[in-house]
Design a protein around this ligand. Structure first.
Ligand code: MEV
Length: 419
């Protein structure tokens, strides 16, 4: 059903409560819905209103804490925000199974982000390319002048690349952004330096924006799962076969990498970072050879244990954006106890690797539905009218019988109540 109008002059200037009232009026929804949206939980209307435009409410997601992780020798609790069941449990299980071998070992590159400046109508691009490379020091001065704070913190312009693409020149500014995600810093530099680049190249500048293919800002995790922890050679070999499938087939790789991102994005979201930036970087990186492949690599070590590695772009920060303005994100960072973006990146990539291990193991053994079924069965039991202790009893019964259906749950509930 279409709305009577979507033209609401001055909507953006209203308070969240007044905007909500307007939407309720236009949609004909009642007081219950209005009260639901008006309850903004642990994000104040004022805070929400400064994060995005036209706010009328907030969306609560569960935050679960992943346990059992050892990362670079330190025990680590990890808050994860996700709507998907089994994601948190998967990380806990995978992390438990590699504790005996020391957990996750991680590493990062320097936090270098790339800004791109597109120059068009350059008469002689190859010639101009060399001129721009020669102007490196001037370019550095202009870039660094835009962000003295970053400079004080040890970051700033690091290098310059100039690519000739068809009739365009594309300049890359490589910038060490320290603890920031870095989009604001590099976008400001790109905008500040673009007029000079245009003048020196004899062309015009057009786009000036960061690249989400953040392949100079990588995070790496590796871990070993002992053969006895994973249930023997047959399971290990099925997992390796699952990995090979993902590595040669983009249809499978998309799902395999989606599983990795189940873990990665849940931590990125819980800490108020930009999930889309990390996701775009991950998928572009997975396709960097020209074929979309697995982000992880799985092998067997000399003792027959399963070893896994994950290397991917990790453009996340601790300063700026929702990491500071969203109270829950701030407290999630407190739970993590991280002091810099580097440690956060290491944690996120370890969680991604754990997630992939768990998904491959489930797929190679019982299949993915078994884990999902336990929660699904609880929902079905509730739908059938089960209350209190009845819920777990009926859910267990459904899982045991292998038929998770409302009619079966209702019959079982009736029998239980009559007994
Ligand atoms: C589900 O959200 C994620 C999986 O499909 C990942 C995978 O297939 O590897 C289970």
């Amino acid at each position: 059903m279409a709305h009577s109008t979507s033209r609401i002059p001055g909507f953006y200037q209203l308070s969240p409560a007044d905007r909500l009232a307007k939407v309720i009026e236009l949609t004909g929804m009642g007081e219950t819905v209005q009260a639901h949206f008006a309850d903004m939980g642990n994000v104040s209307p004022e805070a929400a209103d400064t994060m995005i435009e036209n706010v009328i409410g907030t969306l609560n997601l569960p935050i679960g804490v992943a346990t059992n992780l050892i990362i670079d020798g330190d025990e680590q609790l990890v808050p994860m925000a996700t709507e998907e069941s089994s994601v948190v449990a998967a990380v806990c299980n995978a992390a438990r199974q590699c504790r005996a071998s020391g957990g996750f070992h991680t590493d990062t590159s320097t936090p270098v982000m790339i800004a791109q400046i597109q120059l068009v109508e350059v008469p002689n691009p190859e010639f101009a390319r060399l001129k721009l490379l020669e102007a490196r020091e001037q370019i550095q001065r202009i870039c660094d002048a835009t962000d003295p704070v970053l400079l004080q913190l040890g970051g700033g312009f690091r290098d310059l690349e100039v690519r000739v693409l068809d009739d365009m020149l594309v300049v890359h500014l490589l910038v060490d952004v320290r603890d920031a995600m870095g989009a604001n810093a590099v976008n400001s530099m790109a905008e500040a330096v673009a007029p000079s680049l245009a003048a020196w190249s004899g062309g015009k500048s057009q786009l000036r924006i960061l690249s989400n293919l953040a392949d100079r800002r990588l995070a790496r995790a590796r871990a070993t799962w002992h053969l006895d922890e994973i249930g023997g050679e047959a399971v290990r070999d099925s997992m390796l076969s699952a990995y090979r499938f993902a590595d040669v087939d983009p249809y499978r790789a998309a799902t395999h990498n989606k599983g990795i991102m189940n873990g990665v994005s849940a931590v990125v979201l819980a800490t108020g970072n930009d999930t889309r930036a990390v996701e775009a970087g991950a998928h572009a990186y997975a396709a960097r050879t020209g074929q979309y492949r697995s982000l992880t690599h799985w092998e067997v070590d000399a003792e027959g244990n399963l070893t896994g590695t994950l290397e991917m772009p990790m453009p996340i920060g601790l300063v700026g954006g929702a990491t500071r303005s969203h109270p829950t994100a701030r407290y999630c960072l407190d739970i993590l106890g991280v002091e810099n973006a580097d440690r956060l990146a290491r944690i996120v990539v370890a969680v991604g690797l754990a997630q992939n291990f768990a998904a491959m193991k489930a797929l190679a053994t019982t299949g993915i539905q078994k884990g999902h079924m336990a929660l699904h069965a609880k929902n079905i039991a509730l739908m059938a009218g089960a209350e209190g202790e009845e819920v777990a009893y009926i859910a267990d019964l459904l899982v045991q019988q292998g038929t998770v259906r409302v009619d079966v749950a209702q019959a079982a509930l009736e029998k239980l109540r009559n007994a």
